[in-house]
Structures are given as structure tokens and as C-alpha cells.
Ligand binder design. Structure first.
Ligand SMILES: [Zn+2]
Length: 459
């Protein structure tokens, strides 16, 4: 009897330890396990990242791991097995995503297969009969190669899916080679000619695409990726020419929140939201002007400015940014664009930030309701631009400075009414607003979106 029981236990443990196979793009990734978190496939981080064409970077100091692929930045919290997972554990381009964290196991980082693969554009299927997790990434197509003049000369490659790319500059002959893995060329992508580059052409090579760019002698270039729908745009920017980048003509209006008898939130040691936002807006204005943009502030002192007045001023902006402090962890921010409230929290934010107009909650609620009606009736134009700008800024802030969007949502914010889709409202932690680095990083994020064509002249 005892022998039989022992046999049964051995058999059971054998079943329990049988792990599903993991196939990524047809190749097996070893070490897949569903025992770290029951029912969830976890794979060794370096092997999974490699198979998905992503670069994996650990950050031991912050207990996060970062994957980069095709212009996307995916970040996961890192926990020990059995630890309580954090409320938010996954961020894509700085925006929170549903899913569990990465797990430390036997000295290695294990990543949740489904969350990571889907975030990087792959589809995930479990084949029960074969006990196999199947991950398939679409091959990318190079659909366009264009020369853009906005913000200096820029070669823009449009890719339909995130893929790994690498560059090599052959200095003696001045040729920049860009290799796009797992990529095909859609129909014919004609060569282009420009000033900072003499010519660029794309050719298919062994399942990949090679783009050759002939750079003018002495010309400098910079390669960067920006997410674009399901794919991304790979940009090669060249020296700005003397004939005036678009950035020089853009008007950015900064709106330091609150002021006068309305201090906003008050942070011990760092002063009021009104004073923090004003000081930050002044530093941000300098950083934006250094990048060639024109900047106006809705207030330059503690004198009160009404919300309708701020909104009215915002109507002339190519980009309107309302700046606020909120009770947030260092490095976290909330970004809002104009629209109806997607959830209760963003409606609460709208009522709070609208409250300056009326000083009475009932009045603020009435103003919020009136704006919500306009939004629902479709009377506010360009709303989709606001979402793209807010998402773009959130993604850039993450890529440049590691700032994370605790919230990215639409809200019926009266102050954005004038600028409509060209307006965004950001809330940062008081410590970030007071810090040295944020203004310059925010300005860099704006500049990259201008160069990427996401922010342009108002129609
Ligand atoms: Zn505020």
C-alpha cells in the first residue's frame, strides 16, 4: 500500500512539473514555466526578449525591467515569487497596462509571456492538445519612405509592426545602413533625395530590409523610433537647415494652474501648487524657447486668472499645456486630454481642476456638466489630436526620463475647452515639479513630437 501511494505521488508530481512548450515565431524558447504564478506562462527574460526581437534592460535599483522594440518601451515591475504584486505592474510607453509583474527566479528574470508578447504586437495562443504556447509576431512591412521638412530634414520610414532594427555607419563612404529584421517591402517604395542626405533606397535582403542612406559629407544624423498605430515610424533626422524649422513658428501656451486666492494643493516644504506650477512653467518656457518655439504663459504672477480666460487664451495655441501638482509618487504623472470622462477618477479630476472657476463645488459641477454636453454633442473639434498628443508626450516622457503615466485619460476639463484637441493637462508630483530635470525633459518630449509631426501648426 505504501509503495502504491509513493508511486501515485511521484506520478502526480511528474504531471505538475510538466511545463508547456513555448514556441516564438516557430522557435522553441526553453525554460517556460507556469509554476511561478499558477496558470500563467513565464519565460526566462533574456531568451524571450531575444526571440521577440526586443532589447532587455534590467534596473536593479528600481526593481523594474525594461524592454524596447520598434519604438515601444515596455516596463514591468520585478518581484520575488510569492510576493504581493504591485497594483500597477506593467507600463507600455509610460501608460499602465493590465498584467502581472516580472518575477525573480533562481537568479534570473522571468517575464509573463502573454503580457510581453501582446504588448510587442504578437498574438498568443495556447494549444491544449500539444500543451504548447504559440507566440507569433507579424512580419513588418515597410509601407513608406518619405522626406519630411518639418523641424529640419528628416527621413521617415513607416513600419507596420514593431521589429528590431540596427544601424551601421560606413564612415569612409558616408553611408548609413539601417537593417530592419523580419520586414518586407510593400509594393515599391521609391528612393528619395534630399539636402542632408543625397539619397535613400530600400532593398529586401534575406527576409529583412536594408535601407541605405547616403549622408552629405560632414552631415550629422540621429535615428529614433516613434510608435505609430500598431507599428512605428523610424526617423533619421539630419542637421536643421537655415530655412527655418517648423518649431520656430509653433506657439506653445503654458497654463500654470491655480493662483490668487486659489493655491491648489499645498505640499509641505515645497509650497503651493500655484507657486510650483508657475516656477515650473517659467523653466519649461525657457527650455522650449531654446528649442525654437514661441511660448506664452496664461499667468506670470500670483494674480488670479479665471478658467474661462485661460481657456480663451488657449484657443490661439498650437499646443496648450495646463500644469498642475497632485499627490503622486515621484516619477508618476497623470495626463489628461479633452473629452468626456472615461472613468470616475478622471471626472473627479475634472471637477477638482474646474473648481477654480467657481470656487464652489456645485458651480464647478455645473460647468463640468455643460462642457460634457458639448462634448457629447460633438461640438468640440480635433478631439483625437488631444489623445495623440497626450499619448505621445506620455510615451516620450517615459522614454526620456522614466516618468510613468499613473493615468492617461480624457476628461471634461474647462481649461482645455479653447485649445480643444490641442490642449493637454498634466499633473506631476510636487517634488518632480520642483526638480531640475523635468522642464528640460518635458521640452525634449514636445520637441520630438514636433519633429515627429504629432504636434503641428493649428489649422
Ligand atoms: Zn491643480
Amino acid at each position: 500500500m505504501r509503495a502504491l501511494l509513493a508511486w501515485v505521488l511521484v506520478a502526480l508530481s511528474t504531471v505538475a512539473s510538466a511545463e508547456p512548450r513555448l514556441l516564438v515565431n516557430g522557435r522553441e524558447v526553453a525554460g517556460n514555466t507556469s509554476s511561478l504564478i499558477a496558470g500563467t506562462s513565464y519565460a526566462p527574460g533574456p531568451a524571450l526578449a531575444q526571440a521577440l526581437g526586443a532589447d532587455l534592460v534590467g534596473d536593479s535599483g528600481r526593481d523594474v525591467v525594461t524592454l524596447q522594440a520598434g519604438g515601444r518601451v515596455l516596463q514591468l515591475g520585478l518581484v520575488d515569487p510569492g510576493a504581493q504584486p504591485p497594483a500597477a505592474a506593467v507600463w507600455l510607453d509610460g501608460r499602465p497596462l493590465a498584467g502581472g509583474p516580472a518575477v525573480r527566479h533562481e537568479g534570473e528574470v522571468f517575464l509573463p509571456v502573454k503580457v510581453v508578447a501582446e504588448a510587442l504586437g504578437a498574438s498568443v495562443t495556447y494549444l491544449a492538445p500539444e500543451d504548447t504556447v504559440l507566440v507569433v509576431q507579424p512580419r513588418a512591412r515597410l509601407t513608406a519612405m518619405q522626406l519630411r521638412e518639418a523641424g529640419g530634414e528628416r527621413l521617415e520610414l513607416t513600419l507596420s509592426a514593431p521589429v528590431r532594427y540596427s544601424t551601421f555607419f560606413n564612415e569612409p563612404v558616408g553611408t548609413l545602413h539601417i537593417y530592419l529584421e523580419r520586414t518586407d517591402i510593400e509594393t515599391r517604395v521609391p528612393p528619395v533625395e534630399g539636402v542632408g542626405l543625397t539619397a535613400a533606397s530600400a532593398t529586401a535582403k534575406a527576409g529583412a530590409v536594408e535601407v541605405r542612406v547616403q549622408v552629405r559629407p560632414g552631415g550629422a544624423y540621429h535615428v529614433y523610433a516613434v510608435p505609430d498605430g500598431r507599428g512605428f515610424k523610424l526617423n533619421v533626422s539630419f542637421d536643421a537647415r537655415a530655412d527655418g524649422p517648423v518649431a520656430a513658428k509653433l506657439l506653445v501656451i503654458l497654463d500654470p494652474g491655480h493662483g490668487g486666492s486659489d493655491p491648489g494643493i499645498v505640499s509641505g516644504g515645497l509650497g503651493s501648487e500655484a507657486s510650483l506650477a508657475l516656477a515650473f512653467a517659467e523653466r519649461l518656457a525657457i527650455a522650449l524657447e531654446a528649442r525654437g518655439m514661441r511660448v506664452l504663459l496664461t499667468r506670470r504672477s500670483d494674480a488670479p486668472v479665471s478658467v474661462p480666460e485661460r481657456s480663451r487664451v488657449g484657443a490661439t495655441a498650437d499646443l496648450f499645456v495646463s500644469l498642475h501638482a497632485a499627490d503622486l509618487d515621484l516619477g508618476d504623472f497623470r495626463a489628461y486630454y479633452l473629452g468626456d470622462a472615461g472613468n470616475v477618477a478622471s471626472l473627479e479630476t475634472a471637477v477638482r481642476e474646474n473648481a477654480a472657476a467657481a470656487a464652489r463645488d456645485a458651480g464647478a459641477q455645473a460647468g463640468t456638466d455643460a462642457l460634457r454636453r458639448e462634448l457629447l454633442l460633438g461640438l468640440v473639434p480635433d478631439l483625437d489630436v488631444g489623445r495623440r498628443v497626450a499619448e505621445g508626450l506620455a510615451g516620450r516622457l517615459f522614454a526620456i526620463g522614466g516618468y510613468r503615466a499613473e493615468t492617461l485619460a480624457s476628461a471634461p476639463l474647462q481649461v482645455l475647452g479653447g485649445a480643444a484637441g490641442r490642449g493637454v493637462l498634466f499633473e506631476f508630483s510636487p517634488a518632480d515639479l520642483a526638480s531640475d530635470g523635468l522642464a528640460d525633459r518635458f521640452a525634449e518630449a514636445v520637441d520630438q513630437l514636433v519633429r515627429g509631426g504629432v504636434i503641428g501648426k493649428a489649422p
